[in-house]
Design a protein around this ligand. Structure first.
Ligand code: LLP
Length: 415
């Protein structure tokens, strides 16, 4: 459930009409709902209340400082994949002691900074990274807490670009060889083994792959404990899907219940790294119909937002709901392709959508709070859009719209 609802014929973000936001901040813009973010984070936190746990929001889903700050105030941890994300978490008031560092390629400077601020754990993805981490920790005179990200070879049954737990994917250490790598890690002087990590993919709408992966992780934990390697936490990654249009993903409570069944009597702390399930339906992309164009086969609505603002439809053929902000209209419904002004045929936000449209109408692309702004670019020299957060009856600009001048600020001519 989210807090974007129609009231008196106008779509609202919490208590603020989106028409008012368009007027005040212009379009396109991302609009987030604080109450929805909090509700979704708490749903995870509550679902695991009977088990020691830490919910680490995956910063890649939405890294706006206000979003991170709202979650930090709830006591959230954070899953990061770069020093950029780490600095964002720190700037937003996040606790470095609750930061998990994931990612297949961590540069030396990134590792150094994470060690300096004292993060909670490194999810190590290769033997080479293990050795590098041990060396840098030794140089700094600290002990690096680690878990190995294991690849359980489970089919997440999601889009191939966001499936990560199969042997052919670049992620993690093959679960078959993980035990030997743990033994190697245990012998390195500047590392402390704290857990096992696993993330199998994103937008999963079925629990079976999660259960399958957890079973394999638990079997590994048992083998390690028999070998004298104590495991404190199990990081089960993120990946729980959301409803974009007609999917029926399990709620966090159902996910937790399925996991708890396997975790009964296990002492391990559970770490989760949800991104989309917290932020996805906590945001919309607000856009205006710029031009309507018709030919004998197609109706096109050219919007002021484009693939550079929201890449998911173009990159994954993702289908996100697009709705009118003001219910009432004199226009006749037609089947529209909702496209942007970018010079690519792949530039669309929705295809074949039945909508009644006039030029100037406002539309909301729902489910845009995760992997929306964070994946946006300046392609076609388009400034990135503003971000707005609504809290009750107040709306705040939490990122300014970029200006054209800012696009080439760091560029220079040859002498
Ligand atoms: N942890 C790790 C190690 C990850 O790689 C990811 C996502 C997450 C957690 C969070 O997953 P979530 O709970 O959000 O599913 N751009 C794609 C999604 C890419 C996900 C990459 N990794 C999209 O727009 O669908």
């Amino acid at each position: 459930m989210d807090h974007f609802n129609e009231r008196d014929g106008v779509l609202h973000a919490e208590d603020v009409p989106l028409t008012e936001i368009a007027e005040r901040f212009g379009t396109p813009c991302y609009v987030y709902s604080r109450a929805t973010l909090e509700r979704h984070w708490r749903a995870f936190d509550r679902a695991f209340r009977d088990h020691p746990h830490l919910i680490c929001f995956a910063v890649k889903a939405n890294s706006n400082l206000a979003v991170l700050n709202v979650l930090a105030r709830l006591g959230s941890g954070f899953d990061i994949v770069s020093v950029g994300e780490l600095e964002r978490v720190l700037a937003a008031g996040g606790d470095p002691g609750k930061v998990i560092f994931s990612g297949v390629g961590k540069r030396e400077d990134e590792i150094r900074r994470a060690l300096e601020v004292g993060i909670r754990c490194f999810n190590v993805e290769s033997e080479s990274e293990l050795i590098r981490l041990d060396r840098i920790a030794g140089e700094l005179g600290v002990i690096a807490p680690i878990s190995l990200r294991v690849n359980p070879d489970v089919d997440a049954q999601t889009h191939p670009y966001i499936s990560t737990g199969l042997r052919e994917n670049k992620f993690g250490i093959d679960i078959q060889s993980a035990e030997a790598v743990y033994v190697q890690a245990a012998a390195l002087p500047n590392l402390r083994i704290t857990g096992i990590d696993c993330h199998i993919g994103s937008q999963l709408t079925d629990l079976a792959p999660f259960i399958d992966a957890l079973g394999r992780v638990l079997a590994l934990a048992d083998r390690l404990e028999q070998a004298g390697i104590a495991i404190g936490h199990l990081d089960l990654g993120g990946g729980l899907g959301i409803r974009y249009r007609d999917e029926h993903p399990p709620e966090p409570a159902a996910y937790a219940a399925a996991m708890s069944y396997l975790l009964a009597n296990r002492p391990h702390e559970i770490i989760l790294e949800p991104g989309r399930a917290i932020a996805g339906n906590a945001g919309i992309l607000l856009t205006r119909v710029d031009t309507l164009k018709h030919n004998d086969r197609h109706h096109f609505a050219i919007l002021d937002a484009a693939m550079n603002d929201l890449l998911r439809p173009a990159l994954y053929q993702a289908k996100q709901d697009v709705v009118r902000v003001v219910h009432e209209t004199d226009a006749e419904p037609a089947r529209y392709d909702l496209v942007g002004p970018i010079c690519e045929t792949g530039d669309f936000l929705g295809k074949d959508r039945t909508l009644a449209l006039s030029e100037g109408d406002l539309l909301a692309v729902r489910g845009s709070g995760a992997y929306g702004f964070t994946m946006s670019s300046n392609y076609n020299s388009r400034p990135r859009v503003a971000e707005v957060m609504v809290d009750g009856d107040q709306a705040y600009r939490v990122r300014e719209r970029e200006t054209v001048a800012s696009l080439f600020e760091g560029e220079s001519l040859l002498p």
